[in-house]
Design a protein around this ligand. Structure first.
Ligand SMILES: Cc1ncc(COP(=O)(O)O)c(C=O)c1O
Length: 364
């Protein structure tokens, strides 16, 4: 006996999507970006499955990287935000982590630590104005890093602000800025592309791509689903109908009585809520499937439950029927849209509460 909410994660789909990213940029090596618990999919399970094939992994911070090492991940791991405190540099050496570096303080702390780091990714601020050094400072940073004798190789990296917007010229401007900086430095490897850039922009040959959201089969673009881009959605969030009742036209439902029946129909209550990661701001009408048929949210999202109805009023949901919240034929991107957010947020906000089930190639 258990609450029937399950997050099934198809690890073979994630491997397929990783291979797809590499196929799109065949001259590049690829990080598998598994920060934030692999975007809610389970960093250890995902990384273990990809470990034999991934060129390297990328996480936000050293805590996430240590969890992976302790779980037996042997591939290189990059800290995308570098170190937050100077004493992390010696841990980086101990565990063989690679690190981004984006300011003079991190550089001073690296020198003071005397740690030996195989690869440092110097972050260039090419226009996003969040992290990184500018074009004028970059060559000096590269020289200084080499002069320490502590760093095996320096890679020049940047991040795009608007790669998901194909009509916005800022990505071209950022690429030009990046290439100008690269030329002023001389021979140096590059790392620029997130999922959107991998799929839709022309990025420098060679070097390192950094696919994140696309690994999980989710689109970085507002107007198109992951499946339409050739990706395989990895997570299916499903539960069951735990109660039903007949509503009459005009009956109201749930907290704030936020749904009113437009005609007589059967209402189903299902076991999932915002305490599991389902978005509280999802609107009436948010799509889902009951027993393989189109259904939708009917009432405000509670912590542990939702109320829902079939799209076709003539069909009645029944106790115990399977409900898919996203995955399969219910794109997470569409659910996110009804909640005023993006697929990235829905999956990364999943809690530990659902039962996670991992599907491997032989049983998916
Ligand atoms: C520096 C960096 N590179 C790559 C990624 C992966 O981006 P995406 O999930 O859009 O592929 C991120 C994600 O936020 C990032 O911060």
């Amino acid at each position: 006996m258990a609450r029937p909410l399950t997050a099934a994660v198809d690890l073979e789909a994630i491997l397929h999507n990783y291979r797809y990213a590499k196929k799109l940029q065949p001259s590049c090596k690829a990080f598998a970006v598994v920060k934030s618990n692999a975007y809610g999919h389970g960093a250890v399970e995902v990384s273990r499955y990809l470990d034999k094939e991934a060129d390297a992994f990328a996480v936000a911070a050293i805590e996430e990287a240590i969890v992976l090492r302790e779980a037996g991940i042997e591939s290189p791991i990059l800290l995308l935000e570098g170190v937050f405190e100077g004493d992390e540099w010696s841990l980086c050496e101990q565990h063989g982590f690679w690190a981004a570096l984006e300011n003079a303080q991190q550089m001073d702390e690296l020198i003071a630590s005397q740690a030996k780091i195989e690869k440092v990714f110097l972050k260039l601020d090419s226009g996003m104005h969040r992290l990184g050094v500018d074009k004028e400072a970059a060559p000096g940073f590269v020289e200084a890093l080499k002069a320490t004798g502590q760093v095996g190789e320096v890679v020049l990296m940047t991040h795009f602000a608007c790669a998901d917007d194909l009509s916005d010229l800022i990505t071209m401007q950022q690429l030009t800025y990046f290439e100008q900086t690269r030329q002023s430095i001389g021979e140096i490897e590059a790392s620029v592309a997130n999922s959107a850039a991998i799929m839709k922009w022309s990025v420098p040959e060679g070097g390192w791509i950094r696919p994140g959201i696309m690994l999980y089969g989710i689109s970085p673009f507002a107007e198109v689903s992951g499946r339409a881009l050739g990706l395989r959605p990895a997570m299916t969030l499903s539960t069951k109908v735990i109660s039903t009742r007949q509503l009459k036209k005009g009956d109201k439902v749930g907290y704030g009585l936020g749904y009113e029946a437009e005609e007589d129909h059967v209402l189903a209550t299902i076991a999932v809520g915002y305490g599991d990661g389902y978005p509280r701001h999802a609107q009436n009408g948010t799509p889902l499937q009951i027993n393989g048929q189109e259904a939708c949210l009917a009432g405000r999202v509670s912590m542990d439950m939702l109320t829902v109805r079939m799209q076709d009023y003539s069909v009645a949901p029944a106790m115990g029927q399977e409900v898919v919240l996203w995955g399969g034929d219910v794109p997470v991107e569409e659910v996110a849209d009804y909640a005023g957010t993006i697929g990235y947020e829905l999956v990364t906000r999943m809690t530990a509460r659902p039962h996670y089930r991992y599907l491997r190639g032989d049983d998916s």
